[in-house]
Design a protein around this ligand. Sequence first.
Ligand code: ATP
Length: 325
Amino acid sequence: MAKPAVISVIGSLNVDLVTRTSRVPVGGETLTSESFDIGFGGKGANQAVACARLSRTEKQALNGEASDVEVRMVGAVGDDQFSPDFLKSLRKDGLNTDKIKVLPGKKTGVAVIIVETQSGENRIMFCPGANYDVKVEDLVDDDASVALFQLELPLDVVLHNMKVARDKGVETIINPAPAIPLPDEAYSGLGHLIVNETEASILSGIENPTSWDKVAAVFVSRGVKNVIITLGGDGVYYQTEKRQSESLPGKIVPARKVKVVDTTAAGDTFAGAYSVAVAHWKAMSRGSDFDLDVAIAHANRAASMTVQKKGAQSSIPWANEVPEA
Ligand code: ATP
């Protein structure tokens, strides 16, 4: 087999501690909860799992077989009781964990989640731990074909790695969540910006946008080559630097019509599937243009599987579970 394309996902790793109760306790009260579960997440880890699953079948991962895309998680955990099981779970999904730093004396990022079943409301206490303790020099990664970023690590770590990737000709993709205003250098020469409607509005500075073309034009003027705005059940809007230079409007790629159970991790699945398509293109393109229509339609089909299942990482499909076009 030819050398696999490498996707590096530079992002967060968090453990979700989830307890369910009919009502939340008041101050000073102790309640017995209905259940307790430990889940592995963080936007970085979720998107890395999506890249790994969407570039191999479950059977390939179970048998430890190589795929044509290697997915590497680049991030940090603590040397506590959570990290060994976290790394084991990522490896089970076929991920390379060699570039996950285990920080001595630090704690893995944790979200303590109380689900109140009566109201359906969640209360979440998030402690970023190792994700925020990490320093620029801990996480330098520069030999991938595709680098995928989010904003759950310190901004200097993200910006430094984006620059290293760009300078080395690595294809850069960012899903800037949670959305915070970014400096111009984040956009300049950026390959692919994937945002949902809220993020598109916050980052472009256009409140209640009435035209996605106007929003996309802001990002293109800052130096982004491909702008992808996910619109939930309405699918995806995209615009490219090339189309805009030819005065062509953006395009909509519709979502699949499915029965929605839980949309958690839909955005992460979309970003993962799209990144795998970029990696395949990088490996095979020989100078041809990236086909956004095909990549987005595929990512929509992958995310449509996620919204039909409850849960976060557990609802991300394997490549063989994504319906054909
Ligand atoms: P989340 O935070 O829930 O993970 P997001 O807000 O980042 O998601 P969305 O735009 O809501 O992103 O959804 C991402 C993608 O998931 C959509 O572009 C679409 O492909 C798929 N999707 C989301 N909602 C639906 C739906 N109701 N029906 C079909 N597909 C959906």
